[in-house]
Design a protein around this ligand. Structure first.
Ligand code: NAD
Length: 366
Protein backbone atom coordinates (compact mmCIF):
# COMPACT_ATOMS: atom_id res chain seq x y z
CA UNK A 1 0.00 0.00 0.00
CA UNK A 2 1.36 3.44 -0.88
CA UNK A 3 0.17 6.94 -0.07
CA UNK A 4 1.91 10.07 -1.30
CA UNK A 5 2.62 13.23 0.66
CA UNK A 6 2.12 15.92 -1.98
CA UNK A 7 3.06 19.34 -0.68
CA UNK A 8 1.63 22.48 -2.33
CA UNK A 9 5.03 23.51 -3.75
CA UNK A 10 5.37 20.24 -5.68
CA UNK A 11 7.57 18.27 -3.29
CA UNK A 12 6.26 14.75 -3.02
CA UNK A 13 7.31 11.50 -1.34
CA UNK A 14 5.80 8.07 -0.85
CA UNK A 15 4.73 6.56 2.44
CA UNK A 16 4.89 2.83 1.77
CA UNK A 17 3.23 0.27 4.04
CA UNK A 18 4.96 -2.92 3.06
CA UNK A 19 7.75 -5.35 3.91
CA UNK A 20 11.30 -4.07 4.41
CA UNK A 21 12.20 -6.41 1.54
CA UNK A 22 10.83 -3.76 -0.82
CA UNK A 23 13.30 -1.12 0.39
CA UNK A 24 15.87 -1.46 -2.45
CA UNK A 25 13.13 -1.12 -5.08
CA UNK A 26 11.72 1.95 -3.38
CA UNK A 27 15.12 3.57 -3.00
CA UNK A 28 15.54 3.22 -6.74
CA UNK A 29 12.07 4.62 -7.41
CA UNK A 30 12.76 7.76 -5.36
CA UNK A 31 16.06 8.14 -7.24
CA UNK A 32 18.44 7.54 -4.35
CA UNK A 33 21.61 6.32 -6.10
CA UNK A 34 22.70 2.86 -4.99
CA UNK A 35 26.00 2.64 -3.09
CA UNK A 36 26.74 3.62 0.46
CA UNK A 37 24.16 4.50 3.08
CA UNK A 38 24.41 5.64 6.70
CA UNK A 39 22.05 3.76 9.00
CA UNK A 40 21.09 4.93 12.49
CA UNK A 41 19.21 2.69 14.90
CA UNK A 42 18.90 1.93 18.61
CA UNK A 43 20.01 -1.12 20.61
CA UNK A 44 16.55 -2.70 20.93
CA UNK A 45 15.78 -2.43 17.24
CA UNK A 46 19.30 -3.52 16.30
CA UNK A 47 19.00 -6.62 18.47
CA UNK A 48 15.67 -7.63 16.89
CA UNK A 49 15.74 -6.45 13.29
CA UNK A 50 19.11 -5.12 12.14
CA UNK A 51 20.43 -8.37 10.75
CA UNK A 52 17.55 -8.75 8.32
CA UNK A 53 17.71 -5.12 7.19
CA UNK A 54 21.44 -5.37 6.57
CA UNK A 55 20.96 -8.56 4.58
CA UNK A 56 18.29 -6.89 2.42
CA UNK A 57 20.55 -3.92 1.73
CA UNK A 58 23.70 -5.93 1.05
CA UNK A 59 21.93 -8.37 -1.26
CA UNK A 60 20.75 -5.40 -3.31
CA UNK A 61 24.26 -3.98 -3.61
CA UNK A 62 24.23 -1.41 -0.81
CA UNK A 63 27.08 -0.81 1.65
CA UNK A 64 25.61 0.33 4.95
CA UNK A 65 27.53 1.98 7.78
CA UNK A 66 25.65 1.20 10.99
CA UNK A 67 25.50 3.39 14.08
CA UNK A 68 23.66 1.84 17.05
CA UNK A 69 22.62 4.27 19.81
CA UNK A 70 21.12 3.64 23.27
CA UNK A 71 17.31 3.34 23.31
CA UNK A 72 14.98 5.90 24.87
CA UNK A 73 14.18 9.58 25.02
CA UNK A 74 17.55 10.70 26.52
CA UNK A 75 19.16 9.77 23.18
CA UNK A 76 17.26 12.61 21.48
CA UNK A 77 19.95 15.05 22.60
CA UNK A 78 22.99 16.99 21.46
CA UNK A 79 25.70 14.43 22.41
CA UNK A 80 24.09 11.77 20.20
CA UNK A 81 23.54 14.24 17.38
CA UNK A 82 27.26 14.99 17.57
CA UNK A 83 27.99 11.27 17.42
CA UNK A 84 26.08 10.99 14.19
CA UNK A 85 27.91 14.04 12.76
CA UNK A 86 31.32 12.66 13.82
CA UNK A 87 30.86 9.15 12.50
CA UNK A 88 29.15 10.20 9.28
CA UNK A 89 31.77 12.81 8.43
CA UNK A 90 34.66 10.52 9.34
CA UNK A 91 33.19 7.78 7.16
CA UNK A 92 33.16 10.27 4.32
CA UNK A 93 29.50 10.78 3.41
CA UNK A 94 28.68 13.09 0.55
CA UNK A 95 25.49 14.98 -0.27
CA UNK A 96 24.01 12.00 -2.07
CA UNK A 97 24.56 9.48 0.74
CA UNK A 98 21.15 8.57 2.18
CA UNK A 99 20.65 8.54 5.92
CA UNK A 100 18.37 5.71 7.05
CA UNK A 101 16.53 6.22 10.36
CA UNK A 102 15.59 2.74 11.58
CA UNK A 103 13.68 2.98 14.85
CA UNK A 104 10.91 4.71 16.75
CA UNK A 105 10.20 8.41 17.06
CA UNK A 106 13.40 9.04 18.98
CA UNK A 107 15.68 7.73 16.22
CA UNK A 108 13.46 9.27 13.52
CA UNK A 109 13.54 12.76 15.08
CA UNK A 110 17.25 12.64 15.92
CA UNK A 111 18.53 11.11 12.68
CA UNK A 112 16.07 13.26 10.73
CA UNK A 113 17.61 16.39 12.21
CA UNK A 114 21.09 15.07 11.46
CA UNK A 115 20.02 14.51 7.83
CA UNK A 116 18.59 18.04 7.67
CA UNK A 117 21.82 19.62 8.82
CA UNK A 118 24.70 17.40 7.63
CA UNK A 119 26.23 18.94 4.49
CA UNK A 120 23.07 21.14 4.43
CA UNK A 121 20.84 18.17 3.76
CA UNK A 122 21.16 14.45 2.99
CA UNK A 123 18.39 12.28 1.49
CA UNK A 124 16.43 11.03 4.51
CA UNK A 125 14.75 7.62 4.57
CA UNK A 126 12.44 6.94 7.48
CA UNK A 127 12.10 3.25 8.43
CA UNK A 128 9.76 3.54 11.44
CA UNK A 129 9.56 0.58 13.82
CA UNK A 130 7.00 1.71 16.45
CA UNK A 131 3.31 2.31 15.92
CA UNK A 132 3.69 6.00 16.84
CA UNK A 133 6.50 6.38 14.34
CA UNK A 134 4.64 4.55 11.55
CA UNK A 135 1.42 6.55 11.82
CA UNK A 136 2.79 9.84 13.04
CA UNK A 137 6.38 10.89 13.68
CA UNK A 138 8.03 9.54 10.51
CA UNK A 139 5.61 11.52 8.33
CA UNK A 140 5.48 15.27 7.97
CA UNK A 141 9.07 16.37 8.37
CA UNK A 142 9.26 17.47 11.99
CA UNK A 143 12.77 16.58 13.16
CA UNK A 144 14.72 17.62 16.21
CA UNK A 145 16.19 17.02 19.62
CA UNK A 146 15.40 17.96 23.21
CA UNK A 147 17.12 20.62 25.32
CA UNK A 148 17.50 20.78 29.10
CA UNK A 149 14.82 23.49 29.04
CA UNK A 150 12.23 21.40 27.21
CA UNK A 151 11.31 18.79 24.62
CA UNK A 152 11.80 19.32 20.89
CA UNK A 153 13.20 22.84 21.33
CA UNK A 154 15.88 22.43 18.65
CA UNK A 155 14.90 21.18 15.23
CA UNK A 156 13.93 21.71 11.62
CA UNK A 157 11.17 20.91 9.18
CA UNK A 158 12.83 18.48 6.80
CA UNK A 159 10.82 16.11 4.64
CA UNK A 160 12.09 12.59 3.98
CA UNK A 161 12.65 11.20 0.49
CA UNK A 162 10.83 8.01 1.48
CA UNK A 163 8.95 6.49 4.40
CA UNK A 164 8.71 2.70 4.49
CA UNK A 165 6.67 1.24 7.34
CA UNK A 166 6.78 -2.53 7.71
CA UNK A 167 3.83 -3.57 9.94
CA UNK A 168 5.46 -6.91 10.80
CA UNK A 169 8.15 -5.07 12.80
CA UNK A 170 5.46 -4.04 15.30
CA UNK A 171 5.01 -7.63 16.51
CA UNK A 172 8.11 -7.27 18.71
CA UNK A 173 7.02 -4.02 20.38
CA UNK A 174 6.56 -4.23 24.17
CA UNK A 175 2.88 -4.25 25.20
CA UNK A 176 2.82 -0.73 26.59
CA UNK A 177 4.52 0.74 23.52
CA UNK A 178 1.83 -0.92 21.42
CA UNK A 179 -1.15 0.39 23.40
CA UNK A 180 0.49 3.78 23.69
CA UNK A 181 0.68 3.90 19.90
CA UNK A 182 -2.94 2.81 19.73
CA UNK A 183 -3.92 5.98 21.60
CA UNK A 184 -2.49 7.95 18.66
CA UNK A 185 -4.40 5.79 16.19
CA UNK A 186 -7.63 6.44 18.11
CA UNK A 187 -6.76 10.14 18.06
CA UNK A 188 -6.32 10.08 14.28
CA UNK A 189 -9.69 8.35 13.95
CA UNK A 190 -11.40 10.95 16.13
CA UNK A 191 -9.95 13.98 14.36
CA UNK A 192 -10.08 12.68 10.81
CA UNK A 193 -11.57 9.29 9.98
CA UNK A 194 -14.94 7.99 11.25
CA UNK A 195 -14.46 4.75 9.27
CA UNK A 196 -11.21 4.09 11.12
CA UNK A 197 -13.10 4.69 14.37
CA UNK A 198 -15.69 2.04 13.40
CA UNK A 199 -12.93 -0.38 12.44
CA UNK A 200 -11.31 0.08 15.86
CA UNK A 201 -14.64 -0.42 17.61
CA UNK A 202 -15.51 -3.58 15.69
CA UNK A 203 -12.10 -5.23 15.71
CA UNK A 204 -10.70 -4.07 19.06
CA UNK A 205 -9.65 -7.53 20.22
CA UNK A 206 -7.79 -8.11 16.95
CA UNK A 207 -6.29 -4.65 17.27
CA UNK A 208 -5.00 -5.36 20.78
CA UNK A 209 -3.64 -8.71 19.63
CA UNK A 210 -1.95 -7.12 16.59
CA UNK A 211 -3.68 -9.37 14.11
CA UNK A 212 -1.30 -9.28 11.10
CA UNK A 213 -4.16 -9.28 8.60
CA UNK A 214 -5.55 -6.08 10.12
CA UNK A 215 -2.40 -4.04 10.67
CA UNK A 216 -1.68 -2.77 7.12
CA UNK A 217 -5.18 -1.32 6.77
CA UNK A 218 -5.15 0.15 10.26
CA UNK A 219 -1.78 1.82 9.67
CA UNK A 220 -2.68 3.01 6.17
CA UNK A 221 -5.87 4.70 7.44
CA UNK A 222 -4.09 6.43 10.32
CA UNK A 223 -1.28 7.49 7.96
CA UNK A 224 -3.79 9.09 5.60
CA UNK A 225 -5.18 11.27 8.38
CA UNK A 226 -1.68 12.51 9.16
CA UNK A 227 -0.88 13.14 5.48
CA UNK A 228 -4.10 15.10 4.90
CA UNK A 229 -3.29 17.40 7.79
CA UNK A 230 0.40 17.85 7.00
CA UNK A 231 -0.12 18.81 3.37
CA UNK A 232 -2.46 21.60 4.45
CA UNK A 233 0.01 23.03 6.93
CA UNK A 234 3.60 21.79 6.67
CA UNK A 235 5.03 24.22 9.23
CA UNK A 236 2.29 24.08 11.85
CA UNK A 237 1.00 27.59 11.22
CA UNK A 238 -2.58 26.51 11.84
CA UNK A 239 -4.53 23.34 10.99
CA UNK A 240 -1.68 20.95 11.91
CA UNK A 241 -2.34 21.83 15.54
CA UNK A 242 -5.44 19.61 15.51
CA UNK A 243 -3.01 16.70 15.86
CA UNK A 244 -2.74 17.96 19.43
CA UNK A 245 -6.20 16.64 20.33
CA UNK A 246 -5.97 15.53 23.97
CA UNK A 247 -2.60 17.23 24.45
CA UNK A 248 -3.55 20.31 26.51
CA UNK A 249 -4.53 18.07 29.41
CA UNK A 250 -2.21 15.30 28.20
CA UNK A 251 1.06 17.25 28.51
CA UNK A 252 0.08 18.52 31.94
CA UNK A 253 -0.86 14.98 33.06
CA UNK A 254 2.52 13.68 31.86
CA UNK A 255 4.37 16.37 33.82
CA UNK A 256 2.36 16.24 37.03
CA UNK A 257 2.40 12.43 37.22
CA UNK A 258 6.17 12.60 36.67
CA UNK A 259 7.73 11.58 33.35
CA UNK A 260 7.84 7.81 33.28
CA UNK A 261 4.57 7.16 35.15
CA UNK A 262 2.44 7.43 32.03
CA UNK A 263 3.70 6.98 28.51
CA UNK A 264 2.91 9.88 26.19
CA UNK A 265 0.08 7.89 24.59
CA UNK A 266 -1.48 7.03 27.96
CA UNK A 267 -1.44 10.69 29.03
CA UNK A 268 -3.03 11.64 25.71
CA UNK A 269 -5.69 8.95 26.19
CA UNK A 270 -6.64 10.62 29.49
CA UNK A 271 -6.44 14.07 27.90
CA UNK A 272 -8.75 12.95 25.09
CA UNK A 273 -11.42 12.04 27.65
CA UNK A 274 -11.30 15.58 29.06
CA UNK A 275 -11.31 17.10 25.55
CA UNK A 276 -14.25 14.86 24.63
CA UNK A 277 -16.29 16.25 27.52
CA UNK A 278 -15.45 19.84 26.51
CA UNK A 279 -16.43 19.06 22.92
CA UNK A 280 -19.72 17.53 23.98
CA UNK A 281 -20.64 20.65 25.95
CA UNK A 282 -20.57 22.61 22.70
CA UNK A 283 -21.77 19.91 20.37
CA UNK A 284 -24.40 17.78 22.15
CA UNK A 285 -24.88 15.61 19.06
CA UNK A 286 -21.36 14.24 19.45
CA UNK A 287 -21.64 10.52 20.37
CA UNK A 288 -20.07 10.92 23.80
CA UNK A 289 -20.90 7.46 25.16
CA UNK A 290 -19.63 5.71 22.07
CA UNK A 291 -16.35 7.61 21.96
CA UNK A 292 -15.84 7.26 25.69
CA UNK A 293 -16.36 3.50 25.45
CA UNK A 294 -13.45 3.16 23.01
CA UNK A 295 -11.19 5.44 25.04
CA UNK A 296 -11.96 3.33 28.12
CA UNK A 297 -10.67 0.27 26.33
CA UNK A 298 -7.19 1.75 26.08
CA UNK A 299 -5.25 0.33 29.06
CA UNK A 300 -3.82 3.07 31.28
CA UNK A 301 -2.13 2.66 34.71
CA UNK A 302 -4.11 3.94 37.74
CA UNK A 303 -4.10 7.69 38.28
CA UNK A 304 -1.61 8.76 40.99
CA UNK A 305 -2.82 10.76 44.03
CA UNK A 306 -0.70 13.76 43.00
CA UNK A 307 -2.83 14.25 39.90
CA UNK A 308 -5.25 16.80 41.34
CA UNK A 309 -7.00 19.39 39.24
CA UNK A 310 -5.38 22.42 40.87
CA UNK A 311 -1.84 21.28 40.03
CA UNK A 312 -2.86 20.22 36.53
CA UNK A 313 -4.43 23.60 35.88
CA UNK A 314 -1.26 25.44 36.96
CA UNK A 315 0.91 23.32 34.71
CA UNK A 316 -1.46 23.78 31.77
CA UNK A 317 -1.02 27.53 32.06
CA UNK A 318 2.69 27.36 31.32
CA UNK A 319 2.25 24.86 28.49
CA UNK A 320 3.23 26.18 25.07
CA UNK A 321 -0.33 25.77 23.85
CA UNK A 322 -1.50 28.84 25.78
CA UNK A 323 -2.01 31.87 23.58
CA UNK A 324 -1.59 35.21 25.44
CA UNK A 325 -2.53 33.45 28.67
CA UNK A 326 -5.58 31.78 27.12
CA UNK A 327 -5.63 27.98 27.00
CA UNK A 328 -5.94 26.46 23.57
CA UNK A 329 -7.90 23.24 23.06
CA UNK A 330 -8.59 20.99 20.13
CA UNK A 331 -12.28 20.09 20.15
CA UNK A 332 -14.40 17.70 18.11
CA UNK A 333 -17.29 19.16 16.15
CA UNK A 334 -18.33 15.69 15.14
CA UNK A 335 -16.68 12.28 14.92
CA UNK A 336 -13.86 12.79 12.40
CA UNK A 337 -13.79 16.59 12.50
CA UNK A 338 -11.71 18.72 14.88
CA UNK A 339 -10.97 22.44 15.30
CA UNK A 340 -9.02 24.78 17.57
CA UNK A 341 -10.75 26.67 20.35
CA UNK A 342 -9.25 29.46 22.46
CA UNK A 343 -12.44 30.31 24.34
CA UNK A 344 -13.15 27.29 26.54
CA UNK A 345 -14.67 28.68 29.78
CA UNK A 346 -12.57 28.25 32.89
CA UNK A 347 -15.37 26.60 34.88
CA UNK A 348 -15.67 23.80 32.31
CA UNK A 349 -12.11 22.58 32.89
CA UNK A 350 -12.59 21.04 36.30
CA UNK A 351 -15.75 19.26 35.16
CA UNK A 352 -13.86 17.92 32.13
CA UNK A 353 -11.16 16.53 34.41
CA UNK A 354 -13.76 14.95 36.70
CA UNK A 355 -15.33 13.31 33.67
CA UNK A 356 -11.94 11.90 32.65
CA UNK A 357 -11.26 10.55 36.17
CA UNK A 358 -14.76 9.04 36.50
CA UNK A 359 -14.43 7.42 33.07
CA UNK A 360 -11.16 5.78 34.06
CA UNK A 361 -12.70 4.26 37.19
CA UNK A 362 -14.69 1.87 35.04
CA UNK A 363 -12.01 1.46 32.36
CA UNK A 364 -9.38 -1.12 31.45
CA UNK A 365 -6.24 -0.61 33.52
CA UNK A 366 -2.79 -2.18 33.70
P1 NAD B 1 11.04 5.38 20.94
O1 NAD B 1 11.71 5.68 19.69
O2 NAD B 1 11.78 5.67 22.21
O3 NAD B 1 10.60 3.84 20.95
C1 NAD B 1 9.99 3.28 22.09
C2 NAD B 1 10.72 2.03 22.56
O4 NAD B 1 10.44 0.96 21.67
C3 NAD B 1 12.24 2.15 22.59
O5 NAD B 1 12.72 1.45 23.72
C4 NAD B 1 12.69 1.43 21.33
O6 NAD B 1 13.98 0.92 21.43
C5 NAD B 1 11.66 0.34 21.24
N1 NAD B 1 11.40 -0.18 19.90
C6 NAD B 1 11.30 0.51 18.75
N2 NAD B 1 10.90 -0.30 17.75
C7 NAD B 1 10.77 -1.55 18.28
C8 NAD B 1 10.37 -2.80 17.76
N3 NAD B 1 9.97 -2.93 16.50
N4 NAD B 1 10.35 -3.85 18.61
C9 NAD B 1 10.70 -3.71 19.92
N5 NAD B 1 11.06 -2.55 20.47
C10 NAD B 1 11.10 -1.47 19.66
O7 NAD B 1 9.66 6.17 21.10
P2 NAD B 1 8.37 6.35 20.17
O8 NAD B 1 7.22 6.15 21.06
O9 NAD B 1 8.46 5.61 18.90
O10 NAD B 1 8.44 7.90 19.79
C11 NAD B 1 8.43 8.91 20.77
C12 NAD B 1 9.21 10.08 20.24
O11 NAD B 1 8.60 10.52 19.02
C13 NAD B 1 9.24 11.28 21.19
O12 NAD B 1 10.54 11.78 21.25
C14 NAD B 1 8.31 12.28 20.50
O13 NAD B 1 8.68 13.62 20.77
C15 NAD B 1 8.51 11.93 19.05
N6 NAD B 1 7.40 12.32 18.17
C16 NAD B 1 7.70 13.05 17.07
C17 NAD B 1 6.69 13.41 16.19
C18 NAD B 1 7.04 14.17 14.95
O14 NAD B 1 6.12 14.64 14.26
N7 NAD B 1 8.30 14.27 14.60
C19 NAD B 1 5.37 13.03 16.45
C20 NAD B 1 5.08 12.27 17.58
C21 NAD B 1 6.12 11.91 18.44
Amino acid sequence: MVHYVELPDGRCYPVVIDSLETLPVWLERVAVPRGRCFLVTDEHVAHLHLESLQAILKTAGWTPYVLVLPPGEPTKALPYLERIYDEALRWGIDRRTPLLAFGGGVIGDLAGFAAATLLRGLPLVQLPTTLIAQVDSAIGGKTGINHALGKNLIGAFYQPALVLADPSLLQTLPEREWTSGLAEVVKHALIGDPALFSLLEMRWTDVLQRNPSLLPDLIARAVLVKIRIVVQDEREAGPRAILNFGHTFGHAIERVAGYGHFTHGEAVALGMLAALWLSHQRHPDLPLTRIRALLQRLPVPPLPETLDFKTLRQVMQVDKKTLAGQLRFVLLRRLGEAYLADDVPEEALQAAWQFACASRQTAVAY
